[in-house]
Design a protein around this ligand. Structure first.
Ligand SMILES: Nc1ncnc2c1ncn2[C@@H]1O[C@H](COP(=O)(O)OP(=O)(O)OP(=O)(O)O)[C@@H](O)[C@H]1O
Ligand SMILES: O=P(O)(O)OC[C@H]1O[C@H](OP(=O)(O)OP(=O)(O)O)[C@H](O)[C@@H]1O
Ligand SMILES: [Mg+2]
Length: 287
């Protein structure tokens, strides 16, 4: 049985649980506050802080885990990244008060105090620039530090940028981009048996991610326009064409299309005389 570490709260927690559930691995808790759950028949989930997951996976306390790429980098631990989940997208940025003269990282004077909950990444970033800085460690709400006089500069996560704006801060540069990742213990990857189970989980998760980017589209189309319909609705191996009962003039065409091209595809099908167009989500998609 593989043990999977999932974030117990915060930005990644709900999306991770939802993804596993859609992939057929629903967490079964024994009680409301349980930090351990059965995950399908073959896996066990432990619920811990996202920041602790790289450590747990590197040490083998968990075989695999879901956490941010930022937290993996900050931990400095050796783990194998097996899948990019695409959500939890943010960047780790250097920011200064709006009215600061600083335009580039190189403008940051030696001796500056930098508030951050990413001391490891911040130190190595400024070491490479050859600027001596001092870290003011914080564990959240970093954006307030410059206004309290605790720091001149911050290094923190940015997604929409609204927290920076509200706190009258301006981004100077991005240190790294991050999304949620599945990471695995190196010994697990090297062990053929456990790697087999790991691959099973990854394949299931990938099938959900792939499906989320696609839609299944069905339409009744005039038989005489089938060649053109094939161009509009290419599907995986071309559209599926189904006879419509008692209708010689019409056939049904089914195909898989990119979610962001549904609108355009519908317009083109309509121009070919299509009727009864139906679009549905796909739960899982294995090529
Ligand atoms: N604004 C955001 N948009 C998208 N992803 C984010 C954002 N903030 C954080 N993340 C991602 O989620 C991860 C966990 O952040 P989260 O805020 O849930 O945890 P935390 O700050 O350690 O804990 P908490 O906020 O519960 O004290 C981050 O390391 C990052 O990968
Ligand atoms: O660019 P935005 O969309 O505004 O998002 C960025 C904010 O989100 C995160 O904080 P979170 O809400 O997790 O609070 P925290 O500082 O307590 O972790 C991050 O630390 C920023 O403060
Ligand atoms: Mg946070």
């Amino acid at each position: 049985m593989l043990r999977i570490a999932l974030p117990n709260k915060g930005r990644l927690s709900e999306k991770a649980l939802d993804l596993f559930e859609t992939a057929g691995l629903k967490a079964e808790f024994s009680s409301a506050r349980a930090l351990v759950a059965q995950l399908g028949p073959d896996f066990q989930a432990i619920f811990v802080r996202a920041a602790d997951i790289p450590e747990f996976v590197a040490d083998g306390a968990a075989d695999l885990g879901v956490t941010g790429a930022d937290l993996v980098a900050e931990s400095g631990r050796e783990v194998t990244e097996v899948l990019d989940l695409g959500f939890g997208r943010c960047r780790l940025a250097v920011a200064v008060p709006e009215d600061s003269e600083i335009r580039h990282p190189a403008d940051i004077p030696a001796g500056s105090r930098i508030a951050t909950s990413f001391p490891g990444i911040t130190r190595s970033f400024f070491r490479e620039l050859g600027i001596d800085i001092e870290i003011a460690p914080v564990s959240g709400a970093t954006e307030i530090a410059p206004h309290l006089g605790v720091a001149d500069v911050i290094v923190d996560l940015v997604s929409t940028g609204s927290t920076l704006r509200v706190n009258r801060l301006r981004e100077v540069t991005t240190i790294l981009e991050s999304t949620a990742r599945v990471i695995a213990n190196r010994d697990v990857v090297a062990d053929p048996e456990r790697n087999g189970s790991l691959e099973e989980v990854v394949t299931a998760l990938e099938s959900v991610l792939r499906a989320r980017a696609k839609r299944y589209l069905m339409a009744n189309v005039p038989r005489t326009r089938l060649d053109e319909v094939r161009e509009v609705l290419p599907g995986i191996n071309g559209p599926t064409i189904v006879e419509v009962a008692d209708s010689g003039a019409w056939v049904a065409a089914h195909g898989v299309v990119d979610a962001d091209r549904v609108y355009q595809t519908i317009a083109r099908l309509k121009a070919l005389g299509a009727e009864g167009i139906l679009v549905t989500k796909i739960e899982r998609l294995m090529p």
